[in-house]
Design a protein around this ligand. Structure first.
Ligand code: FAD
Length: 634
């Protein structure tokens, strides 16, 4: 049996509590403590049947971690599981499972560990230090939260444990959530003559060939092959290239557009990011502190270009990845690239597809669309509404792009704007609604690396419980907005979903973070039409289900984007696409499918998602590629 961490009185003497008696308040499977009577930085006190229990955060955390280490190193799966409460969950990124795994029950943890130890019988964990432990309110719960560093045979890890009183052992704190992640591999320092690209200069004396000469050579890849070929120079492609560079792994990024940043530059004129700049930094080089709260698309595009230059990333613009096949004997890929009209063949060991989940427009079959006499465009091709001043516009869709385009059309004086809603939409105001979500990155002076750890530590089980409560609180804040929308027939979807991040990950859309268009809908400047009331498009407008006709001059399709799977089939063929299965969307553990993790096709990797996703996931993907290159089994 393992030592369990118990409560202490104010003199730091352990105290024993009796089990809860019948009649004590037991809520679910969580302790019935009457109230948290004091929660300061270093300790948490709660009232339990007339006894005040004071918990020293540091001590509780260190005892729990000690017990965890003991059980883990004895390969005692049920011992580890017993340190968790029944609702306990554990997310591991590469540190213990070698994969991205989430276990939402102690039973699932025990099963995972038993399996892992069978594969790696020597696996041990050593808690190196606790760098912070404190009382915290996290996901609506008062917990002892500790950040710790640990090591395993393969490298250095970082983790978070959150403890709270346990109903089955009232004298104990059990783990509600555990997060473990690999931070760095323990490898001998790389031999710079073997792997490093030739620009790094150790000597101070000038050479006949200067930095620029070397950079230009380096980028050409005439004398060598890239170890990693990254397809796409958006935030994902640039982030992984920067991470690989830092690990001394030679990577070339292909971008088919003329300039780095074009994926943002070419989007509609009015676009600015809807999430806070402070959450969106790319790895290594934060945006300047002078920037505004919501970054404009051209500002971002310019930064991407600067970022690639400043970090000496090797990028070929105007270069399209045409397709690849495996060369079985060499374990490399054979890749065809069209670069400024010429074909180049490359042989990388790894390919990272970062072509975006909002890349190729999705154009659904809309009855009669081909009969429409006016212009029809997808939002990806929409630039600005100048040419539609005084015109009647139908915007099909009700997500972020649909709202942004309607708002832009209104600003440019469109005569009539109708948004066709196909299914209920989650609406949340950017201010105040989203502020709490961003607060992890915007409040206090927490380093971004720590915020990323907290962000990554959320498990599916906790998300399922906490998000509905959280979003219903936001819905209260946004009550007026939501009532206003409902009053004009706009259908909202605030319950039964786990938030817009979840919608983005599962469906790639279905939400709007309001930056003003909802007010236009409420005020009737943008009218709402339901897809169920629509019959077909005719020559100059649409015919509704009741037979009436509405005339329009332009139709904008805000119908989202194709899935990454289309890219996989097109670029790698049906067989590899079948083997890999769905890319993006969530698996049963709540992990993104095939994103930033080993896929069934060795040497083929994917990255996609938001800015924080790019920053966080590129780190773990780079470590996996580094491990493969070094022959280390994670
Ligand atoms: C209108 C809009 C607004 C958004 N607003 C936000 C926001 O406010 N906040 C947020 O976090 N996210 C937002 N997103 C979502 C997401 O952050 C963006 O879609 C982002 O661009 C995704 O980055 P990425 O690197 O995955 O892909 P992309 O930025 O799409 O980059 C992929 C790149 O791959 C290139 N490429 C594709 N195929 C090939 C090929 N075969 N060969 C060579 N190059 C190729 C493309 O040219 C492109 O440059 C928004 C998305 C859209 C569409």
């Amino acid at each position: 049996m393992h030592t369990r961490c118990g409560p202490y009185n104010r003199d730091n003497v352990p105290i024993t509590l009796r089990s809860p008696k019948p009649g004590s308040r037991v809520v679910g499977r969580h302790i019935s403590y009457d109230s948290i009577c004091q929660a300061d930085h270093d300790s948490i006190s709660y009232q339990w049947r007339q006894v005040t229990v004071a918990i020293d955060a540091q001590r509780a955390a260190s005892e729990w971690l000690h017990s965890f280490q003991q059980a883990f190193n004895a390969h005692d799966a049920s011992g580890v599981a017993s340190l968790f409460e029944d609702e306990g969950s554990w997310r591991d990124i590469l540190a213990v499972s070698g994969q991205l795994r989430t276990c939402d029950t102690p039973e699932a943890m025990a099963a995972l560990l038993a399996q892992e130890w069978k594969l790696s019988p020597d696996r041990q964990i050593h808690i190196e230090s606790i760098w912070k432990s404190e009382q915290a309110e996290r996901y609506g719960e008062q917990v002892v939260e500790a950040f710790f560093k640990f090591s395993t045979q393969v490298g250095q890890g970082e983790g978070i444990v959150r403890l709270r009183p346990d109903v089955t052992q009232p004298a104990s704190l059990s783990a509600w959530m555990l997060f473990t992640s690999l931070h760095a591999l323990d490898l001998p320092p790389a031999d710079p003559t073997v792997q490093a690209p030739p620009t790094r200069e150790a000597a101070v004396e000038p050479d006949i060939r200067n930095w620029l000469d070397r950079r230009l050579d380096e980028i050409e890849y005439t004398q060598r092959q890239p170890t990693v070929l990254v397809v796409g120079a958006g935030q994902q492609g640039l982030s992984i290239a920067a991470r690989l560079k830092a690990l001394n792994i030679d990577a070339l990024v292909l971008e088919r557009s003329a300039r780095v940043g074009d994926s943002w530059r070419n989007r509609y004129h009015s676009l600015r990011l809807h999430n806070d700049t402070r959450a969106n930094h790319l790895p290594f080089l934060p945006f300047p502190p002078t920037w505004g709260r919501y970054t404009a698309k051209d500002q971002l595009a310019a930064w991407f270009e600067f970022y690639a230059d400043a970090l000496e990333l090797n990028v070929w613009t105007g270069s399209e990845f045409l397709g690849a096949r495996k060369e079985e004997d060499s374990q490399r890929w054979r890749v065809e690239v069209e670069r400024h009209g010429e074909t180049r063949v490359l042989h990388p060991r790894h390919i990272v597809i970062a072509t975006g989940v909002s890349g190729a427009p999705h154009l659904p079959d809309i009855p009669g669309l081909d009969r429409f006499s006016g212009p029809v465009m997808h939002t990806a091709a929409y630039t600005a509404g100048e040419s539609f001043a005084g015109k009647r516009a139908l915007v099909i869709g009700s997500g972020v792009s649909a709202h942004d385009v309607c708002q832009d059309l209104d600003r440019h004086g469109a005569a009539e704007i109708v948004m066709m809603q196909r299914s209920p939409t989650m609406v949340i105001s950017v201010e105040p609604g989203c502020q709490e979500l961003f607060s992890l990155y915007t409040k206090g002076d927490r380093p971004i690396e720590e915020s990323d750890l907290i962000n990554s530590s959320l498990t599916q089980a906790v998300q399922k419980k906490w998000m509905p409560l959280y979003y219903s609180r936001i819905a209260q804040m946004d009550k007026q907005l939501l009532h206003g929308l409902q009053a004009v027939g706009f259908e909202t979807n605030q319950t039964g979903v786990l938030g817009f991040t979840d919608l983005y990950r599962r469906r790639g859309g279905g939400y709007y973070m309001d930056i003003g268009c909802s007010r236009l809908i409420i005020d009737g400047r943008v009218k709402v039409l339901h897809a169920r009331d629509f019959e077909t498009i005719s020559g100059s407008g649409i015919i509704l289900a009741d037979g009436s006709v509405k005339e329009f001059d332009v139709i904008v399709l805000a119908t989202g984007y194709k899935s990454l799977n289309d890219d996989v089939t097109r670029l790698f063929g049906e067989e590899i696409a079948q083997r890999i299965g769905p890319v993006w969307g969530l698996d049963e553990e709540g992990e993104l499918r095939n994103i930033a993790r080993r896929t069934p096709e060795t040497g083929l990797w994917f990255l996609a998602g938001s800015f924080p996703d790019a920053r966080i996931n590129s780190h773990y993907l780079a470590l996996q590629i580094q491990a493969e290159e070094a022959g280390v089994a994670l």
